[in-house]
Design a protein around this ligand. Structure first.
Ligand SMILES: C[S@@+](CC[C@H](N)C(=O)[O-])C[C@H]1O[C@@H](n2cnc3c(N)ncnc32)[C@H](O)[C@@H]1O
Length: 343
């Protein structure tokens, strides 16, 4: 991919450590506590390729102006996004991740800015594309974050949100066997040994609940994919990555649509229970979407652009599940819908 410089000096990282809003949640600095997220991606070529395939499918060859990858870590997906957008900002709260990004993204024009999802340092209606991958498992109650996402997106812009899915195949089968419904609320999947005061949240979500939350924020679901459906150590050992990825591509759409049919006990998620950190979903804008309400929960003084300039991989025993990728689009011209949670 050709990377065109856009006037911001390579290697410069803008860090915005301010806490500007009383509503802001606690600082998401848990990835600064000695955890090597880059090492997590060792031996995860299949998972990475599965996510890339989903993103490409959801973006569907379209091109964007300004894009941001929220909670983008060390910038794993930023160069991919740069193929689809003229300007990409890595928006990440962890200083450690940003330091890693300086190395990973050195020589590129990917901007790197310290911020978190509930306090995005972008102007209202300033982004054409926003991605948030493997972050939702850290956000049990995403109302504020979704409102922020809706605020910074232009009308008709696209958000790709990955959601760690509690309704994966094994859980669906288990709950069905027990004659119970899947919980609507997010479920903590933190290992007992990982419990510590102020530990980062680790949840799997009910995807339908998340879709409702997105809708309440004015983000309309356009398309959903199921991702990393074959994530299994046994499969990965037995089969070449290329074959796994080919099968994965064939499954992403099919399993996502099954997931939408709540009557079905089939799952869009991989049947693997291994504890790993965050995974989520993505989506794309479609031509025929109902424009939905856009909550305009502004803060005094408005917002400023997250300008910056320029931008791999083991996880600690902190589980997540394969997740469906969701396409959501910010709506445009309707009265704001009340922000509400549906459980
Ligand atoms: C599992 S990593 C995913 C990184 C990247 N999106 C990827 O897929 O490689 C989770 C990232 O989310 C960030 N994070 C945690 N809480 C966050 C929040 N409230 N807002 C934005 N990012 C957050 C962490 O600092 C970490 O970099």
């Amino acid at each position: 991919m050709g990377v065109a410089p856009h006037g911001l000096g390579a290697g410069c990282v803008v860090r915005l450590a301010r806490v500007t809003d009383e509503k802001r949640k606690k600082v998401a600095d848990q990835y600064d506590r000695g955890y090597d997220y880059t090492a997590y991606w060792d031996n995860r070529d299949y998972e990475h390729a599965a996510e890339e395939a989903a993103i490409r499918r959801l973006l569907d060859g379209r091109h964007f102006g300004r894009a941001a990858d929220v909670g983008g870590g060390f910038g794993r997906l930023c160069l991919l996004l740069r193929e689809y957008a003229d300007h990409v900002t890595l928006a990440e709260p962890s200083r450690t991740q940003l330091e890693a990004a300086e190395r990973v993204l050195a020589g590129t024009d990917i901007a790197q800015v310290q911020m978190q999802a509930d306090d995005l340092q972008f102007d209202d209606a300033s982004l054409d594309l926003l991605t948030m991958v493997r972050v939702m498992h850290h956000i049990p109650e995403p109302t504020t974050e979704f409102s922020e996402i809706a605020r910074v997106l232009k009308p008709g812009a696209t958000a790709l949100i990955e959601v760690a899915n509690y309704g994966h195949f094994k859980n669906r089968r288990r709950f069905k066997k027990e004659g119970k419904a899947l919980p609507k609320e997010p479920v903590s999947i933190r290992t007992a040994t990982a419990e510590e005061p102020d530990a980062i949240a680790f949840v799997n979500h009910n995807v339908d609940t998340v879709v409702d939350q997105l809708a309440s924020a004015g983000l309309h679901l356009e398309r959903k994919l199921s991702v990393s459906n074959l994530r299994s150590e046994k499969l990965k050992k037995a089969l070449p990555t290329g074959l796994l990825v080919s099968v994965e591509k064939a499954l992403q759409e099919r399993l996502a649509s099954r997931d939408s049919a709540r009557a079905s006990s089939s799952s869009c998620a991989a049947a693997d229970h291994r504890p790993v950190p965050g995974a989520c979903g993505l989506g794309r804008r479609r031509a025929r979407g109902q424009p939905l309400a856009v909550p305009r929960a502004r803060r005094p003084g408005g917002r400023r652009a997250g300008g910056a300039r320029s931008g791999r991989r083991r996880a600690r025993a902190a589980p997540d599940r394969r997740a469906p990728l969701h396409g959501v689009r910010r709506g445009s011209r309707r009265a704001p819908a009340p922000l509400q949670r549906r459980r």
